[in-house]
Design a protein around this ligand. Sequence first.
Ligand SMILES: C[S@@+](CC[C@H](N)C(=O)[O-])C[C@H]1O[C@@H](n2cnc3c(N)ncnc32)[C@H](O)[C@@H]1O
Length: 459
Amino acid sequence: MDLPEAFTNKMSALMEPDESHAFFETYHHSRALGLRVNPLKISLNRLAKCTPFQLEPIPFCPDGFYYKKESDAPGKHPFHQAGLYYIQEPSAMFVAQALNPQPGERVLDLCAAPGGKSTQLAGMMDNTGLLISNEPYPKRARILSENIERMGIVNTVVTNEMPERLVHYFPGYFDKILIDAPCSGEGMFRKDPEAMQYWSPQHVKDCANLQAQILEQAYAMLRSDGILVYSTCTFSPEEDEQMIDAFLEKHPDLELLPIEKIAGVANGRPEWTDTKRDELTRAARLWPHKLRGEGHFAAKLRKRGDAPTRTQSTVSSVKENMLKDYRVFENSSLTKKLTGSFHFIGNQLFLLPDGCPSLDKLKIVRAGLHLGEQKKNRFEPNHALALALSAESFQNQIPLTVSSNEWDHYLRGETLPLNDNRKGWTVVTIDGFPLGWGKAAAGTLKNFYPKGLRRRGLK
Ligand SMILES: C[S@@+](CC[C@H](N)C(=O)[O-])C[C@H]1O[C@@H](n2cnc3c(N)ncnc32)[C@H](O)[C@@H]1O
């Protein structure tokens, strides 16, 4: 692999010869491949037993597994479409654990697309509390939203905002914030060799300038005693230790907390800063020559000082009479009555996370569970509803199995033949896990698998 010369010179100057040799050697080997189990849908053991891939636990992430080879293609397996796992670079799985969000907390993932860390955070929160998952670029925000949907996540509001706009709405609001910062991506060179084309010493500086701004914006949104994790997938000290060093210098009320180092995770490097502040060892570096992963940096900070805040109104549910058509659908199609805060955006109906703050004027891509669309005198369920509930929650099911190829026809958008006279909304399952909707009539199941997702189901 032809690494940029300025990059090799810089890393050689930073490291002792033994270490830089081991580091550069990793570029002659293939990258580590990982997937992370979705605890909202399936247990580790059950997934390990029912997938065809050979899985090996990732020692620094309890929900993570290595899979062996690119040709396993877990992204094309129907279990992926059912949201049983998320394909993620192994070292990236460490970061959400460092933040360690708890059920019921208010959490912000400020730079969230495509959603690896947000989907992990929501799983750790057991789909409760409030996760605001933000991405400023609209196309990327849509991909993030699709991944949130696929994983059956209901506690999350996906926003498409620049951080400075969010600061205005959420001063001192969050218990925990993750900044998985846009960075120079030096840890992506094996996974995405194109990242090397964008790399230059100037790009590192530009990223550092942007990261410093994002850190300030996050600081303003963190409550007193709240926790912030800052991470990058790059090795450059300017974006890692030096960034945290300057942030600590600017905000003496911040405390750098130790991150537990397990299974090859290494300390931060104070020697790569001007201050040489010893506590920077508390940060974590995941190096490709010390563990099987591409590389990450993470630092965890607590805000000790006061945080100016503002009173937030929460969204109250629409009146029950607005839900008439939804309830008709629910009575005939689900096995349980959903309760909580129902909210319309246009004619789209959502079930909001508990205590959801007012969303007026924010660009919202998804607000909690997207239940469906109010049509004229009837209600049409959304794909998200099929993926968020367990199979037992649906009155009508078409149970498919991985061993037959019918799932492939369903994911291509084809109609399925029925051997009974059933009518109405029916959920198609794969080995007991919902895949999507169909509507039964006259001996066939009309396919409601979303058009934009269809070709991704091909074998
Ligand atoms: C490293 S990626 C995040 C990866 C994501 N956390 C995951 O685990 O899948 C950084 C993200 O930050 C977004 N970004 C770029 N500029 C930003 C800004 N000024 N504020 C917030 N996010 C930004 C990028 O578009 C990108 O999606």
